[in-house]
Design a protein around this ligand. Structure first.
Ligand code: GRF
Length: 195
């Protein structure tokens, strides 16, 4: 299976995914694509010998169709079977999502369906939640709303801040996403639950 990974920033989830696709794993990374030509993850992907590309969304102000059209052209050339959104911070249109229905995944830093959207760590803290976590789900037209393929949870401590939660959650993301992809690439949609 050919996997394209879409990033916007540092790409730590992309690195974890790319590093997991070895040996008898049925998938291989064929492209790392960003909406920001300066994304740190692009340099990390290049250092790993991965094909990279970028479409600067700032060159398409108020023109989502134009931006997505560029993304699609690059993706069509790469012929991915699966797309992994990994720290990808642009909302994709229903039309784009439909092109990859059932084979596009995303990782979101909350225990969905709680806290769709942004500032998830702050919202969990403000709500006084005892538990937080991250979710890998199939991408559908509605934001952060598709079928759940995996979740990892962690306890919120009394000293936790949004920053410490994000930092403690990241390693769990790096364990969860590759575990979900391994199953998904084999056609297994049984949710991965950590712990
Ligand atoms: C992570 O918190 C992830 O959950 C969110 O983006 C953040 C950075 O991810 N989607 P990465 O290091 O760019 O993979």
């Amino acid at each position: 299976k050919r996997v394209a990974i879409l990033i916007s920033g540092g790409g730590s989830n992309m690195v974890a995914l790319a590093q997991s696709m070895t040996g008898d794993h049925p998938a291989r990374p064929v492209l790392v694509l960003s909406n920001d030509p300066k994304a740190g993850g692009l340099a990390r992907a290049r250092d790993m010998g991965l094909a990279v590309a970028a479409v600067d969304h700032k060159e398409f102000p108020n023109d989502r169709k134009g931006f997505e059209g560029e993304l699609l052209a690059i993706l069509e050339a790469a012929q991915p079977d699966i797309i992994c959104l990994a720290g990808f911070m642009r909302v994709l249109s229903a039309g784009f999502v439909q092109r990859f229905e059932g084979r596009m995944l995303n990782i979101h830093p909350s225990l969905l369906p709680k806290y769709k959207g942004l500032h998830t760590h702050r919202r969990a803290l403000d709500a006084g939640d005892a538990v937080h976590g991250c979710t890998v789900h199939e991408v559908t037209a509605a934001l952060d709303d598709g079928p759940i393929l995996g979740q990892a949870r962690l306890d919120i401590g009394p000293e936790d801040t949004a920053d410490t939660l994000a930092a403690r959650l990241l390693p769990l993301e790096h364990a969860l996403y590759p575990a979900v992809l391994r199953r998904f690439a084999r056609g297994d949609r049984t949710p991965v639950l950590i712990p």
